[in-house]
Design a protein around this ligand. Structure first.
Ligand code: NZQ
Ligand code: ZN
Length: 394
């Protein structure tokens, strides 16, 4: 097992009515001026935003809210919000929504704490983040895991670059998680979220680490099996509280870092998928499943026993040679994505078959102009990225 550091400082309030604890917990956190971020209006329609604003104000806190965060959240919105949060003298940023709203809140927190630095510099790597404001989240969609993750993903719409920033400053202080709030998520977002949750563990399960990691492996396999089983129940009845609870809980566990302890991250499909979202504005989870089967087909020979273990532990595939089991596990996973109506290639993703020069541009951007190699299960340079995009390009 490899050495690791693991610190997830987020206090999680989970269960029915979790959002009713917002005022009490923020007050205990010494928040006074709360800048709230939200999305395209689902939280206005449900009354959640109004309810939380009212409870904060009744507890003597000042609030200012800014909506309009779009999926694949945009840098221009973040820059505007930072100006507003500074004028408001915010000392706490509260996100009410899904991953896009939370990531925007994290960016607003960083920008507000560092007004002399252009916030994109933290994402482009030209500045290092040394301080930020505390962030709280009221999660309305189980997917990105941003409620405890050390990551935030922002799209610079001027360049079409969607980039992630990993820093301990991204770990929120508080997360309020009421599974009932996810009952209204559109079906497409539900299945994209489920897929993203699975991918966060899959991208930690297939890495170049060869040492034994029995406990982390069993946690990962168990998470994958639980989410797959609950996905069918949730798709059938989105008000199934227990199924939606398991999915919400798994969303957090899958991306807080637990399923990489003693191992590492690969994140090949996330890197390749972010290029698709940056260019075509496709939903994050869909960008991942559109790539995964092609990625797996291209790389599985690097570690056939690992893919065979996955097939056995997650899909109960025990017959055939090791390589046949590995292949069957990949086929079963792709079939599962199809079954829950997730895309498994570019056409199903809705972007159609792309010309070769587009694939080259995507691969170029993914590897910083061909200067970087990403991922580690199978290191992906520009030529390899093109090959994987080609396999998905149907
Ligand atoms: O904007 P509103 O009106 O709120 O509607 C949203 C949005 O249209 C809707 N929605 C959310 N909760 C709802 C609801 N509609 C009805 N009822 C509810 N309860 O769902 C739509 C999608 O929301 P979004 O926040 O974009 O989805 P998700 O949570 O999947 O977040 C995706 C973003 O997170 C990033 C992705 O790249 C993408 O930009 N990720 C962030 C990560 C992180 N910070 O750790 C890791 C992930 O790998 C991912 O990259
Ligand atoms: Zn993801």
């Amino acid at each position: 097992m490899q050495a690791f550091n693991f610190k997830v400082p987020t206090e999680i309030v989970f269960g029915r009515d979790a959002e009713e604890k917002v005022a009490e917990k923020l007050s205990a956190y010494n928040a006074h001026r709360v800048f709230i971020t939200y999305g395209g209006g689902s939280v206005v329609k449900s009354g959640l935003l109004g309810k939380i604003e009212k409870s904060l104000q009744s507890a003597g806190l000042f609030t200012q809210a800014k909506g309009g965060v779009q999926p694949n959240p945009r840098l221009s919105w973040v820059r505007e919000a930072i100006k507003e949060a500074l004028a408001f003298q915010a000392d706490f940023i509260l996100a009410i929504g899904g991953g896009s709203v939370i990531d925007s809140a994290k960016a607003v927190a960083h920008g507000t704490a560092n007004p002399e630095i252009d916030v994109w510099s933290f994402w482009s790597g030209t500045a290092t983040l040394t301080k930020s404001l505390p962030v709280g989240t009221v999660l309305t969609l189980a997917a990105a895991g941003s409620e405890t993750s050390d990551s935030a993903v922002i799209t610079n719409e001027e360049t079409g670059k969607k980039a992630g920033l990993n820093t301990p400053f991204n770990r929120p202080a508080l997360a309020f998680m009421n599974p009932e709030l996810t009952f209204t998520v559109p079906k497409k977002q539900l299945i994209c979220g489920i897929s993203d949750i699975l991918m966060h563990t899959l991208e930690r399960y297939f890495t170049n680490v060869k040492e034994e990691n029995a406990l982390t492996d069993r946690i990962a396999e168990s998470l994958l099996k639980t989410v797959i089983a609950c996905s069918f129940r949730a798709i059938k009845d989105q008000t199934d509280y227990d199924a939606m609870s398991e999915i919400m809980y798994a969303g957090t566990i899958s991306h807080c870092g637990l399923t990489e302890l003693g191992r590492c991250k690969d994140f090949a499909c996330h890197k390749l998928g972010h290029e698709l979202s940056g260019r075509f504005d496709v939903t994050h989870g869909a960008s991942l499943t559109a790539i995964w089967g092609s990625w797996a087909e291209y790389v599985y020979r690097d570690d056939i026993p690992r893919f065979a273990q996955f097939a056995e532990k997650v899909w109960n595939i025990t017959s055939g040679t090791e390589e046949e089991r590995a292949q069957a596990g990949i086929a079963k996973t792709v079939a599962y994505f199809k079954e829950i109506q997730m895309p498994t290639n570019f056409t199903e993703l809705g972007i159609g078959v792309q010309k070769e020069d587009v694939l080259v541009q995507l691969a170029d951007s993914c590897t910083a102009g061909g200067t970087k190699v990403v991922a580690n299960f199978h290191p992906i340079d520009k030529a390899t990225a093109i090959e994987i995009y080609r396999l998905a390009n149907k």
